[in-house]
Ligand binder design. Structure first.
Ligand SMILES: *[C@@H]1O[C@H](CO)[C@@H](O)[C@H](O)[C@H]1NC(C)=O
Ligand SMILES: *[C@@H]1O[C@H](CO)[C@@H](O)[C@H](O)[C@H]1NC(C)=O
Ligand SMILES: *[C@@H]1O[C@H](CO)[C@@H](O)[C@H](O)[C@H]1NC(C)=O
Ligand SMILES: *[C@@H]1O[C@H](CO)[C@@H](O)[C@H](O)[C@H]1NC(C)=O
Ligand SMILES: *[C@@H]1O[C@H](CO)[C@@H](O)[C@H](O)[C@H]1NC(C)=O
Ligand SMILES: *[C@@H]1O[C@H](CO)[C@@H](O)[C@H](O)[C@H]1NC(C)=O
Ligand SMILES: *[C@@H]1O[C@H](CO)[C@@H](O)[C@H](O)[C@H]1NC(C)=O
Ligand SMILES: *[C@@H]1O[C@H](CO)[C@@H](O)[C@H](O)[C@H]1NC(C)=O
Ligand SMILES: *[C@@H]1O[C@H](CO)[C@@H](O)[C@H](O)[C@H]1NC(C)=O
Ligand SMILES: *[C@@H]1O[C@H](CO)[C@@H](O)[C@H](O)[C@H]1NC(C)=O
Ligand SMILES: *[C@@H]1O[C@H](CO)[C@@H](O)[C@H](O)[C@H]1NC(C)=O
Ligand SMILES: *[C@@H]1O[C@H](CO)[C@@H](O)[C@H](O)[C@H]1NC(C)=O
Length: 553
């Protein structure tokens, strides 16, 4: 899915170019949602401390990159080694490289890679979910509907990461933290060490296994530099290279993807990547002239355009094949099209807004970068053509790529001048104000042009499903005629119409329960109306479809 390389020179060149742009990106701004792979030199092999608990698989791959891709696709894999001189052996391992096992020197062409995952990948930890955690495959939606660490990992409160559970007897742990590999019979003993509890005995002994030793010191890599310094052993000063990878593409949704009657996407409820198919459609934009609509076809890394009445889409942004596809576009959320048919696409993971010219030719065009920022999520334009972007991860609204106009950088809050994970934004020219989905405050904030003080115009009554509540709104579309707000109330699986000055809303689409009947929605994240406000368009993300509802007068 991620690093699938074609062994073809032309594509490799394209890839290197793409990587270069990414590296430039990463020096410009912290890649908090991304992870990278650290490659060790030829002649290295991983020696696990506890092979039974660590070895995930031994397979054959055609290249180091494909072995890296295999590791990246396995949510438990943190370490891999690949040996071209040993029948292309690719071994995947669990465990924290800093605490278990060693990287040893071997006389073959074996190479070790280590996956480094940033805290940004786990930003949804502890938040509520419906059936899956859309943000990452490294979290799972637990039975109590919160995003929790996947098995074999535990929540480390100081690093805000789901870290691999400890798999060595004697490793120090804290009580009630699930730090030890329970599937291996380890628990955190009263001595605060992982070990086997002896039933019926009060004296527990732990045999300490040898300390881990790492040939190459990985300290200081978290800033994404391309080389490391010290080595605790003989082979000092060898170059270690890192690559930024996208580790957290939504992936585990295939088990819950029904679909239904629809104006875009398959009727049979599966994801597809041909002209008809969609895979996790997100933001939607409807032309006010003729109802042509554009939708972020997120997991296909493209934006599709559908003319009124047609079920066949045309790609207007992204849509490249492997390996470039998710390097050009990664986690796209919203799309806006201007009157000259330029397409603007936000990309949370690549921390930027790209602008695509009309009528792109497949495989030759990349959008230009129109704005940057950590966690770009929403985009809107005012009547003076100022561009606004919401930065989900850093809680602010930026104007024209250079000025924070709402919120405080990287500080969330719930008063009138703060935001808490802003998502979709919409500029209503009639009232000259910007509407912001202040998602983790479960409210819509309205900001008059040039004001940074918001007024709550919908929700703000805590997360919930009562008519006066919202649960993580992802988008708001505002009627230029009467100011009615149409809100993608995503975690309630419904679209709410909230009239101006009202204290509560009515549901105009969806039932409040996730489902795939024509009347039901599953994590709807995009909403828009046609110009005369007769049709409501909803991108029904979890059902891989776009639904159109007819509105009554
Ligand atoms: C490392 O190994 C690869 C083959 O796996 C080989 O092509 C390359 O030349 C080697 N590099 C060095 C520096 O030995
Ligand atoms: C949900 O369950 C997990 C364990 O599966 C627990 O850690 C967490 O605190 C629970 N969350 C809530 C909101 O009850
Ligand atoms: C969290 O991770 C850090 C760094 O790996 C480690 O030092 C610490 O013991 C861990 N703490 C907890 C509570 O898990
Ligand atoms: C492991 O390392 C720690 C600190 O470096 C040391 O105190 C301890 O004795 C070592 N344990 C073993 C079994 O070598
Ligand atoms: C769903 O429909 C598409 C298009 O008609 C088809 O290509 C695909 O095979 C179908 N998938 C399933 C699982 O039926
Ligand atoms: C509808 O208008 C858009 C521009 O807003 C244009 O790109 C598209 O070609 C038009 N569709 C049709 C069917 O003419
Ligand atoms: C686009 O690139 C992909 C692989 O990168 C290739 O399979 C496809 O044929 C290309 N399409 C065109 C129109 O060149
Ligand atoms: C895009 O292509 C269509 C048909 O080829 C053409 O009618 C339209 O004018 C083009 N749009 C722009 C902005 O060039
Ligand atoms: C956006 O801002 C960044 C840094 O402030 C700058 O490097 C970039 O050129 C700007 N982009 C545009 C389109 O103005
Ligand atoms: C945001 O704040 C957190 C902790 O307060 C910090 O770890 C993180 O690096 C900051 N991110 C940015 C982009 O400044
Ligand atoms: C909403 O309230 C404002 C301020 O009180 C008022 O000017 C406006 O007319 C009201 N709009 C509606 C539709 O009630
Ligand atoms: C609204 O627009 C659609 C197409 O744009 C048209 O078919 C319909 O008749 C219009 N309805 C009204 C009430 O104007």
């Amino acid at each position: 899915m991620l690093f699938v390389y074609q062994p073809n020179n032309g594509q490799l060149v394209v890839f290197i170019w793409s990587l270069l742009t990414l590296v430039i990106d990463s020096t410009h701004s912290d890649q908090i949602s991304q992870s990278y792979i650290v490659y060790y030199p030829n002649g290295t092999q991983y020696s696990p401390v506890n092979p039974a608990a660590q070895l995930l698989s031994t397979t054959t791959r055609n290249s180091l990159k494909l072995c890296a891709a295999a590791c990246n696709q396995n949510r438990l894999c943190r370490i891999f080694d690949y040996d071209a001189s040993a029948l292309d052996q690719c071994r995947l391992f669990e465990g924290d490289i800093d605490t278990v096992g060693s990287i040893i020197a071997v006389p073959s062409q074996s190479r070790v890679g280590v996956v480094k995952i940033f805290a940004g990948v786990f930003s949804q930890h502890g938040l509520s979910c419906q059936t899956s955690c859309y943000e990452t495959r490294y979290l799972t939606c637990s039975t109590n509907s919160t995003c929790e660490c996947v098995p074999h990992t535990y929540w480390n409160t100081s690093t805000s990461i789901c870290a691999p559970q400890l798999l060595v007897g004697g490793a120090s742990c804290q009580q009630d933290r699930s730090m030890c590999r329970e599937d291996f019979g380890y628990t955190c003993l009263p001595s605060n060490q992982c070990g086997y509890a002896t039933i019926g005995s009060s004296t527990l002994t732990v045999t300490l296994q040898p300390n881990a030793s790492v040939l190459y010191n990985t300290a200081g890599l978290s800033d994404g530099c391309t080389s490391i310094g010290t080595s605790s052993s003989t082979t000092a000063s060898t170059q270690v290279t890192t690559e930024v990878v996208t580790s957290d593409i939504t992936s585990d949704q295939t088990d819950q993807l029904p679909i239904d009657v629809t104006i875009a996407g398959y009727d049979n409820m599966t994801a597809g990547d041909d002209a008809m198919g969609l895979n996790a459609p997100r933001g939607i934009f409807v032309s006010s002239i003729n109802q042509t609509f554009y939708v972020c076809d997120s997991n296909n890394f493209r934006v599709q355009r559908f003319h009124f009445g047609s079920r066949l889409g045309t790609t207007v942004a992204g849509g490249l094949g492997y390996p470039q596809r998710n390097i050009i576009m990664n986690r796209i959320w919203n799309v806006v099209v201007d009157s000259s048919e330029y397409v603007y696409v936000t990309d949370r993971n690549l921390n930027r807004l790209t602008k695509w010219p009309p009528n792109i030719t497949v495989n030759v065009t990349q959008g230009t970068i129109a704005s940057r920022g950590i966690g770009v999520w929403g985009v809107a334009f005012d009547q003076y053509n100022n561009m606004y972007t919401s930065l989900f991860d850093t809680h602010v609204i930026i104007r024209n790529n250079n000025t924070i106009v709402i919120g405080y950088y990287n500080q969330s809050g719930n008063s009138s001048t703060y935001l808490n994970y802003p998502r979709g934004i919409f500029f209503d020219k009639t009232s000259s104000s910007l509407f912001v989905c202040d998602s983790m405050n479960h409210r819509i904030q309205k900001f008059q042009l040039n004001s940074s003080v918001g007024v709550t115009v919908a929700g703000g009554n805590g997360a919930g499903s009562n008519p006066n509540q919202l649960n993580q709104p992802y988008f708001v579309w505002v009627s230029p005629k009467n100011g009615d707000m149409y809100i993608a109330d995503t975690n309630n699986n419904r679209i709410q119409r909230w009239k101006m000055n009202d204290t509560q809303a009515t549901t105009v689409a969806g039932t409040g329960t996730a489902g795939s009947l024509p009347t039901m929605l599953r994590s709807p994240v995009g909403v828009a109306l046609n110009a005369n406000e007769t049709f409501l368009y909803v991108s029904d993300q979890g059902n891989n479809r776009v639904q159109r509802f007819e509105l009554e007068g």
